[in-house]
Ligand binder design. Structure first.
Ligand SMILES: NC(=O)c1ccc[n+]([C@@H]2O[C@H](COP(=O)([O-])OP(=O)(O)OC[C@H]3O[C@@H](n4cnc5c(N)ncnc54)[C@H](OP(=O)(O)O)[C@@H]3O)[C@@H](O)[C@H]2O)c1
Length: 265
């Protein structure tokens, strides 16, 4: 799998990671579902795993699934609350789930970011966090996201990017490149509404793609301003397919336009 420098940070990331929203919100007796997905992911070269306190039991389940290879994993999780006290509680819980350290701590949906940034910087100075990030899922929040980016106090961002959600390409990706920020892509498959409606296989054959998921992930990663796509899955076969989409060749501009057309854009 291709690896990319994560902005101007010291991190190098394999370009496919794993999202955990919804798919890892599992009961204890379903832990093996996550274990299998994480095991396949590691075998295929995936290293980055994204979660959040918003995702129910996902952080706990992910923590157990990566525990035996924790030193190889890049854990990207989030603080999601408008209260600093609750944010600190979320962080302490993460220290338990993830062995006393997280590589990337993001401010989820920019909630109370002005209140959280200072104490997250203090944790970074203490070495319990490597990088600080900010996420938002909506273009309506991109003005505020730009404001956070321009503070010079964060290392990375997370935004949606797929043929049906390309808004970040206009202002956010160029600004991230100028500032040297790492770029993580949420919803790279456009959730089931996009990946669940594949075009005919003959159209995929023309693109050299073995699946619609591969075409969509390559569409995103062909933009070199991005560093890491985090498709979510609870299916080990899908995890394998997705990981393999992280190897070149990526798509030409013409092929990207064709994928967008097949996505109905
Ligand atoms: N504001 C935020 O910070 C924010 C917001 C949204 C998402 N995120 C992060 O980004 C991650 C990804 O976004 P997302 O989960 O919304 O959407 P996504 O990754 O675009 O799509 C996930 C869906 O695609 C299916 N899928 C995965 N691989 C597939 C394949 N090879 N073939 C067919 N179907 C496949 C999965 O179902 P199966 O289980 O059946 O494979 C799942 O339902 C999240 O999990 C989360 O970590 C962050």
């Amino acid at each position: 799998m291709e690896t990319r420098a994560f902005g101007t940070t010291e991190l190098e990331v394999p370009v496919i990671g794993l999202g955990t929203w919804s798919v890892f919100d599992l009961a204890d007796d379903q832990q093996s579902v996550a274990d299998q997905v994480v095991d396949v992911s590691f075998k295929e070269g995936v290293r980055a795993f994204d979660s959040s306190p918003m995702y129910g039991r996902a952080e706990r389940i992910l923590g157990r699934a990566v525990s035996s290879r924790r030193d190889e994993a890049i854990v990207a999780t989030k603080i999601w609350t408008d209260s600093v006290a609750t944010g600190r509680e979320q962080f302490e819980a993460q220290m338990n789930f993830f062995g006393g350290h997280v590589e990337i701590e993001q401010m989820h949906n920019l909630v109370a970011w002005r209140d959280h940034l200072g104490w997250l910087e203090a944790e970074k100075d203490e070495g319990r966090i490597d990088l600080i990030g900010a996420t938002h899922y909506s273009r309506g929040a991109f003005d505020e996201l730009e404001e956070v980016m321009r503070t010079g106090r964060i290392d990375c961002i997370q935004v949606p990017y797929n043929p049906r959600e390309q808004e970040c390409a206009e202002r956010i990706l160029p600004l991230a490149a100028d500032l040297g920020l790492g770029v993580i892509l949420m919803r790279p498959l456009g959730q089931t509404g996009l990946v669940g409606n594949p075009p005919p296989q003959k159209d995929l054959d023309e693109l050299g793609a073995s699946s619609w998921a591969e075409a969509l992930l390559k569409w995103a990663l062909s933009d070199e301003r991005v560093h890491l796509a985090i498709p979510a899955t609870s299916n080990p076969e899908h995890a394998k397919t997705n990981a393999r989409a992280g190897s070149p060749p990526f798509l030409t501009e013409e092929q990207r336009r064709r994928v967008a057309q097949l996505a109905g854009v």
